[in-house]
Ligand binder design. Structure first.
Ligand SMILES: Nc1ncnc2c1ncn2[C@@H]1O[C@H](COP(=O)(O)OP(=O)(O)OP(=O)(O)O)[C@@H](O)[C@H]1O
Length: 261
């Protein structure tokens, strides 16, 4: 058994307003290992974004622990976390006058000196990220002129340029058409295989997630489970996933089918 790069123990996540706790999910015992592509699935509002924000240190835990490289995440500085975990969240970029290449280059900030000078090696890494995400023809374009799908790829390029062992993405395929969804998932898989990254991404593209993921974390109101796609199929996790008799899971084809009344 390899040692997990990120691990949660009895994690409880949610929100604290004044003295009130709003628990979103609890009893989370999850593990991310090197070289694994892990998808996070669950219905709207179940807590995927809350979990991803908590795992990346952007949101405090309610209780329990998160260990990053076997050390408690809350002992890391923000700067140290940014050398271990890069994130792709749906976000509004405030510096919208930036060009694509400059935004991708921001991924190198954790490694630069105090005035933020990039070395030729940094620029090589930026260039590689631009090529991997196939956004070369956009590189001189202002980011406020991009489509949502193009912006998504640019943010992924920035995460790749950050060159961390862990990449966390919140619904990275949302704005992409089928062709670009598949090429994105292929790229994530390639990063796991060739660069030994540990990648966790949330998605509503269940059929694609089932085909490409090494592991799945499935969130439901009753339980949270992590396993390989086959493990989860064998445990009948998907049969009642949407609690709708017209959405039927076909285990041999590993996909959901709609039965129309
Ligand atoms: N700032 C907040 N304060 C209190 N509750 C919040 C806050 N943000 C989100 N929530 C609640 O936390 C729960 C989980 O939301 P979250 O966005 O994590 O779900 P999700 O699985 O990512 O949903 P979706 O698939 O729709 O994006 C929801 O009930 C949501 O209303």
């Amino acid at each position: 058994m390899s040692i997990p790069i990120l691990e949660t123990k009895d994690l409880k996540i949610g929100y604290r307003h004044k003295n009130q706790e709003k628990i979103v999910l609890e009893n989370l015992n999850l593990q991310l290992n090197k070289g694994r592509l892990i998808s996070l699935i669950g219905i709207n509002g179940i807590g995927k974004s809350t979990l991803l924000r908590t795992l990346s240190g952007a949101q405090s835990v309610l209780s329990g622990t998160i260990n990053l490289q076997q050390e408690a995440l809350n002992t890391y500085s923000k700067e140290d976390i940014s050398k271990e975990i890069s994130v792709v969240f749906t976000e509004k970029i405030s510096q919208s006058h930036l060009k694509v290449r400059e935004l991708v280059a921001l991924g190198r900030i954790p490694y630069t000196n105090w005035i933020g000078t990039l070395t030729p090696k940094d620029w090589d890494i930026v260039e590689e990220a631009i090529e991997l995400t196939e956004i070369k023809k956009l590189e001189d374009q202002a980011i406020n002129s991009l489509s949502d799908g193009q912006m998504q790829k640019v943010l992924i390029a920035r995460a790749i340029a950050q060159d961390t062992p862990i990449i966390i993405l919140d619904e990275p395929s949302t704005h992409l058409d089928l062709y670009h969804k598949i090429s994105l998932f292929r790229l994530l898989k390639k990063l796991c295989i060739e660069k030994d990254k540990s990648i966790l991404f949330s998605t509503h593209d269940m059929d694609l997630a089932l085909q490409i993921s090494d592991e799945i974390i499935a969130l439901t109101h009753d339980y949270t489970i992590q396993g390989t796609t086959q493990n989860l199929i064998d445990q009948n996790i998907f049969n009642n996933f949407f609690q709708d008799e017209h959405i039927v899971f076909e285990p041999t084809e590993r996909r959901f089918k709609i039965t129309l009344p």
